[in-house]
Each structure stands twice: as C-alpha cells, then as structure tokens.
Design a protein around this ligand. Structure first.
Ligand code: FES
Length: 157
C-alpha cells in the first residue's frame, strides 16, 4: 500500500484503535471516505483495530454493503425477486456476465458498471427488470439487455 493511503486509512480508523468490537464501524468509516475498502485498506484496518486480517475479509465478504472494489460510474441493479426469477432473470444475468465480464457484486474492468442483485424493484409487472442508476428497464431478454448495455458503453466513448 502506498504510505499516503496507509496513513489516511489509519487516520479514519483511529477512533476504533484497539477495539475489535468496533470493526464494522471502522470499516463503515473507511468506506464512506474512500468509496470502497481495497485489500490494502483492509490490512490497515486490521492492524489499527487489532483483529486478524481474515476477520476483516470475512466481514467484507459477509455484508454485501461493503465493497472491496471501486464503484462503477453506473450502478446496475438486477431484480432477483420471485416475479423476475420466474420470467428469466437468470438469463438476463447471464447476458450481463457475457457483455460486461462480471457478475453480482462486481465492477466491470472499464469502470462503467457495478452490478448488484436486489430483491424487488417494485415493477413486477415488467419482469424481468433491471435499473441502471434511476432508469428502469423491463421485459428484458438477453438480446435487449446486451443492446441496452452497449448503448451505455457507446455513450461513454
Ligand atoms: S420481483 Fe422483480 S420487480 Fe418485483
């Protein structure tokens, strides 16, 4: 880790130094400052708070709220609720994977999309549904999903 980042992370976590029970609070603070908790920052938090690195990794993995990678420019929320599941959300997810090279909880290598799974977007009549930022896209199939994603990519170029 570069020394500057290490110093910053130590500063963010300082209020929780030597308090293992405050690990989650320390991680919240770091994520609110950096936007995510990269592996190097996880190590710094472990040291300052006084817990094993494996425990920090366990928390990051368990709570979907925490991110170990940067957030993309657009947030893609794919509905995995019952109505969407029944109408082919898994095929939409497969199309997303094929088009972006990432799955749930990940950010595309071009930094354009972070993909998340959600339980219901309140648009069950349009299932399967995804949202990109504030825009709702319904009645998706793999072809249309890929076309939508390509549209965002073209706009970004
Ligand atoms: S189940 Fe997908 S929008 Fe409600």
């Amino acid at each position: 880790m570069n020394a500057d980042l290490e110093t910053r992370v130590a500063e963010f976590a300082k209020a929780y130094a030597g308090q293992p029970s405050e690990l989650i609070q320390a991680l919240h603070r770091v994520q609110s400052e950096l936007g995510y908790v990269p592996p190097a920052a996880q190590a710094a938090v472990a040291r300052v708070v006084g817990v094993p690195l494996s425990q920090v990794r366990g928390v990051i993995t368990f709570y979907h709220y925490f991110r170990a990678t940067p957030v993309g420019r657009h947030t893609l929320r794919l509905c995995l609720g019952t109505a969407c599941h029944v109408r082919g959300a898994d095929q939409v997810l497969k199309a997303i994977r094929e088009e972006l090279g990432v799955g749930l909880g990940e950010t595309s290598s071009d930094g354009l999309f972070t993909v998340e799974g959600v339980r219901c977007l309140g648009a069950c009549g349009l299932a399967p549904v995804m949202m990109i930022d504030e825009e709702v896209y319904g009645k998706l199939d793999p072809k249309r999903t890929k076309r939508i994603l390509r549209g965002y990519r073209e706009k970004a170029e």
